[in-house]
Structures are given as C-alpha cells and as structure tokens.
Ligand binder design. Structure first.
Ligand SMILES: O=c1ccn([C@@H]2O[C@H](COP(=O)(O)O)[C@@H](O)[C@H]2O)c(=O)[nH]1
Length: 272
C-alpha cells in the first residue's frame, strides 16, 4: 500500500485505529474450540465487527507461531480475509544478517503479502536494508517501545550524550529507501513522543500501548500527530478481549467504535 492510500483511508474513516490480532487460543470463547480453525473463526468475527472503524490490522506473529503449522494456516486465512484497502502489519520484530533478513522479507512480503513488518534495528544497516527493497512495502522499526525494559537500552545515553532511540532514528534516515519506514513509538512514553516527532517529522508511527497498557490516546495525538496524521494507534487486548463470551465480536466492535470516535475528535483538533 502507498502512503497516499493509507492517508486516504484515515481521512475516509476519520480513524487511525490499528486492531491488534493477538489471538490466544486460551483466551477465546471455548465454544469456538470445536471448529476446524478456531483462531481464524475468532479473527473473522473480530474483523467483521471492527473493519469499519480500523485502518490497520496487526496480527502479532508470536501468537500464530506458537500454534505450529496450524497457526501459520490461521494467519494466512486471516490475512486473506482482511479487506484489501486496510493496511496489514506483521508484528514479527525480525532482523538478522543480510541474506537472512532478505528471506524474512520474502516470507512476509511475498509469500504472505503483508504490507509491513516490524523490524528490530540493533543489528544495523545490513539487517534492515533487505526489507526496504520491496515496492510499497513498509519497515516499522522499533524506536522507543512501550515496555518498562525500554529503559535498559533505548532510553540510556550513549557516550555522545544521546539516548539510543535517538541514534536509531537519526541513523536509519540514511538507510536505503527510508521513505518506506515507520517507527514503533510506545503510547506509554508521553512527552517523549514529541521528541521523536521532532527528529522524524514526516514518518508514520505505529503506537502500541493504549488500552491494556494504559497509554493516553490524547497525549499520543497531542505530541505525535503531523500533517498527514502520521499515527497508527494499536489496541489489541482492549478490543479483542472486551468480552470472553458469545458477544465477544459485538463488544470488540463497540470498543473499536469508541476509539474511532475519540480519534475523529483528535484528528480535528491536532492534525496540522
Ligand atoms: O513497543 C511495543 C511494541 C509492540 N507491542 C505489541 O503491541 C501489542 C500491544 O497489545 P495490547 O494488548 O494492546 O497491550 C502487542 O502485540 C505487543 O507485542 C507493544 O506492546 N509495545
């Protein structure tokens, strides 16, 4: 998907919502377990009830890998079911020496046809460049993550006085086709989002951490929004596990709608 197509979706739906498909067999209603592909059936119903409010879906690959070959099948079916005008993110957090990264890229961009993949930057330029060689495909680089452990490295100052997340942002601007790069910036990082936005004014951010992790959607929009919106805000558990009963998909739709309504107001207030 192109950047213009993504922006058009955001405008059309007045939404920058990404629904996280962190589908855990232990958490889905037990009556689905007797079906041939319970994970896909759960996702199908979630997609049916949230697609009008969402501009992106983000299956977290760990949840599917953990199920073995059946999990990969559920993932492929889910990807095929997502409407084609909605942006898809493989949250796989890959990155390795060049030839291996090239095969990760092929797996997620060609075999599976995701629009984007999350990539860890810490092996450097040759581990990221292979992902940037695919037209209209996107690398979403981990910059400042939402978890407490981001203090261990990302927020620690290097010998030239800059935090590592800043080095990642600055350095990655020199890598290959960096226009097709987005950055992961956690919603739990508050005002730090403004610092990130200053360094990369034009790039999209994938922002996990609202909902179950407690990040503020208002703060994300206030500090992170740019002229194109520039944000894809993810909520996984807060939407897909809004109910553990037979009304799970309806409740997911209601949660997605609530977020979309807030987003509509925030777009009017902060998009500049
Ligand atoms: O910094 C990061 C990077 C990725 N994630 C992923 O996003 C979702 C968040 O799920 P919630 O249930 O909405 O908390 C999940 O897939 C994480 O692996 C993140 O949380 N933080």
């Amino acid at each position: 998907m192109t950047k213009a197509e993504l922006i058009a979706q955001i405008e059309k739906k007045s939404s920058f919502l990404c629904v996280g498909l962190d589908t855990d067999i232990a958490k889905i209603p037990s009556y689905l377990h007797s079906l041939p592909d319970p994970i896909f059936e759960f996702n199908r119903q979630i997609i049916d009830h949230t697609a009008e409010y969402a501009v992106a879906y983000k299956p977290n690959i760990a949840f599917y890998e953990a199920m073995g070959p059946k999990g990969w099948e559920s993932l492929q079916r889910t990807l095929e079911y997502i409407p084609k005008d909605i942006f898809t993110i493989a949250d796989a957090k890959r990155g390795d020496i060049g030839n291996t990264s090239g095969l990760y890229a092929k797996a997620f961009f060609e075999s599976m046809e995701f629009d984007s993949i999350t990539v860890a930057p810490y092996m450097g330029v040759d581990s990221v460049k292979p992902f940037l060689e695919f037209e209209n495909k996107w690398v979403i680089l981990l910059a400042l993550t939402s978890n407490a452990g981001s203090h261990d490295f990302q927020l620690t100052l290097s010998k030239n006085g800059k935090p590592l997340f800043q080095e990642v942002l600055e350095k990655s601007q020199q890598w290959g086709n960096h226009a097709n790069m987005m950055y992961v910036v956690g919603a739990t990082r508050g005002e730090k989002i403004a610092e990130v936005r200053q360094i990369v004014p034009d790039h999209f951010f994938l922002v996990p951490g609202v909902g179950a992790q407690g990040g503020s959607l208002e703060e994300v929009a206030r500090y992170g929004m740019n002229k194109d919106c520039g944000l894809l805000v993810n909520s996984s558990r807060g939407i897909i596990y809004a109910s553990s009963d037979g009304d799970f998909a309806l409740r997911a739709g209601e949660e997605a709608k609530k977020l979309q309504e807030e987003m509509k107001i925030l777009l009017q207030k902060y998009m500049n």
